[in-house]
Design a protein around this ligand. Structure first.
Ligand SMILES: CC(C)(COP(=O)(O)OP(=O)(O)OC[C@H]1O[C@@H](n2cnc3c(N)ncnc32)[C@H](O)[C@@H]1OP(=O)(O)O)[C@@H](O)C(=O)NCCC(=O)NCCS
Length: 325
C-alpha cells in the first residue's frame, strides 16, 4: 500500500471514490473544480492511498495561515473499518504539523453522525462553535431550502370540477401571454432551465432532442409563454394526451420575475384554458424542492392532494446531468 500525493491521472478514480463515499450530495459541489482550485493555487495538497493500483482513500489538506483544514476524507466503502481512514488522517496531520500548524479543523455535514464517531476516535473533539458561511460566487441554493439528506416528497393534486377563478392583475405592466404551438427545442430548453433551475427540474433535461420534440410538438401538448416588457418571464405546459385528464405538466416564473403576482395570474390563466377543453379531471404535482408557496397556491386555487410519494433527490439520481452551478 502506498501513500502518495494526488496526480492528474487520478482524477476519475478520486471523483468516483468521493461519489461512492457519499461526499457529493450537495449539487453545488464540483469535485473537479475543487481539486483544481486546491492544487493550482498552491492552497493545499491531496493525499491518496493506493493499493494494488486502486485508490482506496483520500484526504485534502491545507492551511490558511492560522489553522490547518482537512476536507474530502474518504475511504472506499468496501475498505472501511480497516484502519485506512486513520492512516490517511495521521499523514495529513503529520504534514500540517511539519508546516508549523498548531491545530486542525474539519467540518462534518450535520447528518453524517458516523464520521463524527470516527474523528472522535482519532482524538478530535466537537467544538462549541457555530459555523457561518457566505458564498462569494453568487451561487445560491433554492430559496427556502437547505441542502440536507431528507427525502424529496412529491404531492399529486387533482381538481374534478371547475371552480371560480379569482381575477388577478399582475404587478407588471406590458405583459402578454402567448401560445407557442411551434415551439423549438432550443427555446423550450431555455424556458425549462430558466424557470426550473432553482428548483432542480431535471426530467426534461434527460430527454434527447427527438424525444423532447415528440412531446412538446404533440398536438395535445400546449406551451404558453408569459412575456413581461418583451422578455420571457415564465411558462406553463398543458398535457392533454391522457384526455379526459389534463395535466398542468410544468408551470413557473423565472427568478427575476418572482414577487410580481405573476404566479397566481399565470395559474388562473392555465386553469381557465384547461377547463375550456372540458376535461373530467385536472392534475398537477409539486415536490418539496419546489418553491414553498407552490403547494399552498395550488390548494388555494382548488386542487386537492390525493397521493404523496417519496423520490430520490436529483443529486442522488445517477442518471442526472447535474449542472446546477
Ligand atoms: C469516516 C471514514 C473516513 C472512516 O474511515 P475508516 O477507514 O472506515 O475508519 P478506520 O478503520 O480508520 O477507523 C479508525 C478508528 O475509528 C473508529 N471508527 C470508524 N468509524 C467509526 C464510527 N462510525 N463511529 C465510531 N468509531 C468509528 C474505528 O473503529 C477505529 O477505531 P479503533 O481504534 O477502535 O480501531 C470512512 O468511513 C468514510 O470514508 N466514510 C464516508 C465518507 C465520509 O463520511 N468522510 C468524512 C467526511 S467529513
Amino acid at each position: 500500500m502506498k501513500l502518495r500525493n494526488y496526480q492528474d491521472k487520478d482524477e476519475a478514480a478520486v471523483v468516483d471514490l468521493w461519489q461512492r463515499a457519499d461526499l457529493m450530495q450537495n449539487p453545488l459541489k464540483d469535485a473537479r473544480k475543487d481539486i483544481a482550485f486546491c492544487l493550482d493555487g498552491g492552497h493545499g495538497e491531496i493525499l491518496v492511498l493506493e493499493d494494488k493500483g486502486e485508490i482506496v482513500a483520500t484526504a485534502m489538506l491545507g492551511q490558511d495561515g492560522h489553522r490547518g483544514w482537512v476536507y474530502y476524507v474518504a475511504v472506499d466503502p468496501d475498505r472501511q473499518g480497516q484502519d485506512l481512514g486513520r492512516r490517511i488522517m495521521r499523514e495529513a496531520e503529520d504534514r500540517l504539523k511539519a508546516a508549523g500548524v498548531p491545530k486542525v479543523h474539519l467540518m462534518v455535514r450535520g447528518s453524517n453522525t458516523q464520521a463524527v464517531g470516527f474523528y472522535q476516535r482519532l482524538g478530535y473533539k466537537v467544538e462549541p462553535v457555530t459555523l457561518l458561511s457566505h458564498r462569494l460566487d453568487g451561487v445560491a441554493l433554492p430559496v427556502g431550502h437547505q441542502m440536507d439528506d431528507g427525502p424529496v416528497i412529491v404531492t399529486y393534486l387533482e381538481m374534478l370540477a371547475r371552480g371560480s377563478l379569482p381575477h388577478i392583475v399582475p404587478k407588471a405592466r406590458r405583459f402578454a401571454l402567448m401560445g407557442a404551438p411551434d415551439i423549438t427545442v432550443g427555446f423550450y430548453r431555455y424556458l425549462y432551465d430558466a424557470v426550473g433551475r432553482p428548483w432542480y427540474w431535471t426530467d426534461r433535461k434527460k430527454l434527447s432532442e427527438g424525444d423532447l420534440t415528440a412531446i412538446i410538438q404533440h398536438e395535445a401538448v400546449e406551451v404558453y409563454v408569459l412575456y413581461v416588457g418583451g422578455v420571457p418571464a415564465g411558462f406553463f405546459e398543458l398535457d392533454a394526451r391522457a384526455m379526459p385528464t389534463i395535466e398542468l405538466a410544468y408551470f413557473g416564473i423565472m427568478p427575476d420575475f418572482i414577487g410580481l403576482a405573476l404566479g397566481p395570474y399565470l395559474l388562473s390563466q392555465a386553469l381557465d384554458m384547461m377547463w375550456q377543453r372540458e376535461p373530467d379531471r385536472v392534475i398537477v404535482n409539486t415536490c418539496t424542492l419546489d418553491h414553498p408557496k407552490a403547494l399552498p397556491m395550488y390548494q388555494r386555487f382548488g386542487f386537492n392532494p390525493y397521493r404523496q410519494e417519496e423520490v430520490p433527490a436529483p443529486w442522488q439520481d445517477a442518471d442526472n446531468t447535474l449542472d446546477f452551478v
